[in-house]
Design a binder for this molecule. Sequence first.
Ligand code: ATP
Length: 381
Amino acid sequence: MAPMTREVGVNRSSGGNDIGGGEKATRVRIGRIDGDGIGHEVVPAAVAVVESAAAAIGGVEIDWVPLVIGHDAIERFDTPLPDATLDALTELDAWILGPHDNVSYPERFRDTPAPGGAIRKRFGLYANVRPARAFEHVRATVPGMDLVIVRENSEGLYADRNMARGSGEFMPTADVALAVGVVTRAATERIARVAFALARKRRRRVTIVHKANVLAMTTGLFLHVCREVAADYPDVQVDDEHVDAMAALLVRRGGDFDVVVTENLFGDILSDLAGELSGSLGTAPSINASGTQVMAQAAHGAAPDIAGHNRANPTAIMLSAAMMLDHLALARGDRRLAEVAARVERAVRETISSGVATADLGGGASTGEFTETVCARARRW
Ligand code: ATP
């Protein structure tokens, strides 16, 4: 999985213990937040496969820091996003965030921002990187898909994060609702640089997705600034598409795209579509990154319809964890972390391609059986 760029690298220093021959062990502290619903099944599965891969590589010590959001947090702290969790995340370079099911929280929390958005805003995790890559020998609507959606994560129409104070959505009367869409040159330029730098590590092609024929000022500015940034990357081929056309093109010829850069709402919708077209929502990974921190988060939600049934596919969060480790590895120049990331990704992909898969991919494996197979492969290979 291609790493992100130095611009969003995690630049804090890493610790280490001497493991003989003067070589220091790689030591990392990683937060683990199970979240709600299937998070209690898939996050432990991701931790297990990372541990298996780390044990096989050797010289990597991971200190997992358990933290709570959602229903667990309401039970313990009477809030879905406690200060104790936010304070602990401040000290961490990396964490895994499970899904949250905020619509099921008690009525008194309905107007509280959802934990995921609040965490992204609080830590300035502006770059949401969402790959969609089909698996060998697995049915997919678009079998040749191998693209990455780079989604701007801090503004657009997302009312929970696009204002310094208050909400970007409001109701002057009970029958009138308004939303503010925010696009700035600075945020667009920074996300465009992530996309173009990523394209250089892949097939050197960027597609800018917008709706400048209707939202001429907001998404028009997004298109214009991305085009300006493109001039600094003459070796990367660039084109652009309207978001509605892009939805159709992903279905018709989704295998033709490489890196797609877009604003917040369009990126959210297109990445769910691309995830499903390349496999299932349960296979779509992502990271959210700033200049100093990285958060692994699956594209899917808490899936309350299957929670507790040992049927959830942990692939998305396992691959998200691999992306997170790869990102840390790049920022720290740490070869072992990169090897752990590669091992996790390969174990997941090989397991699925060998025919062991959960029900959403047409397989017969439970969450537990799938996880055991991936862990065994991560230890063996
Ligand atoms: P959110 O808005 O929080 O993203 P959502 O309402 O869009 O949530 P999900 O919780 O992602 O929806 O679930 C959508 C559908 O996809 C459900 O039928 C769910 O069971 C299925 N699904 C989601 N994630 C997985 C997974 N990891 N494994 C199997 N099925 C999944």
